[in-house]
Design a binder for this molecule. Structure first.
Ligand SMILES: [Zn+2]
Length: 247
């Protein structure tokens, strides 16, 4: 009885350029005499029970691309989620994510082709990770989550600003660092600047309990004009808090 490795090696020599007749799944590296994709049986000693992979080099290229994209999307997802969660600019996030859509589509097609042994976990991750990336600009969930974590501390600071206290540039609340914390020009609303400069950027805004948001007259889509100075985008964070972009 030869050791397992040799048995598999000799099996591999007979199956490395063969594929399943039923579904086209490559049989290279398969250690049992059954297709891992569709369950069809084959016999390595009977070539007619297997199909021949016509363009092995091309397939290898596609498989390599799929694997590379898998890791690239994992790194991309972590980067985008962290950037958005720490207050990255929403237009930049949206532009980068939507620019990557064609590559996501390519990866979905590569994952769906029955040409490579992919574990169920990797296949599932391959679909879920790009979808998680797309969900960031559509729902702003990383920054919403980070806001929830800091909400109690932010409310405490907002209450102190409301009663006249001032905070210097670069004040930190938890892991968030704010460019400035100030009142709105015409209202008793308190804004925490997350990014941008003196002329604009993104803010968390605390409003008093009686406040009611009113859609902006010149830009009614996704914008409440009376939350903050000159906004062109507003997201309701709940309990009188908003995420806004000042123009
Ligand atoms: Zn098969």
């Amino acid at each position: 009885m030869p050791p397992d490795g040799r048995l598999n090696d000799s099996l591999d020599a007979r199956t490395h350029d063969r594929c399943c007749i039923g579904c086209g799944h490559p049989l290279r590296g398969v250690t049992r005499k059954v297709c891992p994709e569709c369950g069809r049986r084959f016999d390595p000693d009977l070539p007619r029970t297997m199909g021949k992979v016509a363009n092995l080099g091309f397939r290898r290229g596609l498989i390599g691309t799929c694997r590379l994209l898998h890791w690239a999307f994992l790194i991309f997802a972590v980067t985008i989620i962290l950037y958005s969660g720490l207050g990255g600019h929403w237009i930049l996030v949206a532009m980068i994510v939507f620019a990557s859509l064609p590559i996501m589509l390519l990866q979905f097609v590569l994952l769906a082709l029955p040409m490579q042994p992919i574990s169920m976990r990797r296949r599932l991750l391959g679909y879920l990770v790009p979808l998680a990336v797309i969900s960031v600009p559509l729902t702003d969930w990383p920054i919403r989550m980070n806001f929830k974590l800091h909400k109690a501390s932010l409310q405490a600071v907002a209450d102190r600003v409301a009663s006249g206290e001032t905070f210097p540039r670069g004040t930190r609340v938890g892991i968030l660092r704010f460019r400035q914390i100030r009142k709105a020009r015409t209202r008793e609303h308190i804004g925490f600047q997350i990014n941008g400069g003196g002329n604009g950027g993104m803010f968390f805004v605390a409003t008093p309990p009686e406040f009611v948001g009113r859609p902006s007259s010149y830009q009614p889509l996704r914008n409440l004009g009376n939350v903050w100075d000159n906004t062109n985008w507003t997201v309701d964070l709940g309990d009188g808090w908003y995420l806004v972009e000042q123009d």
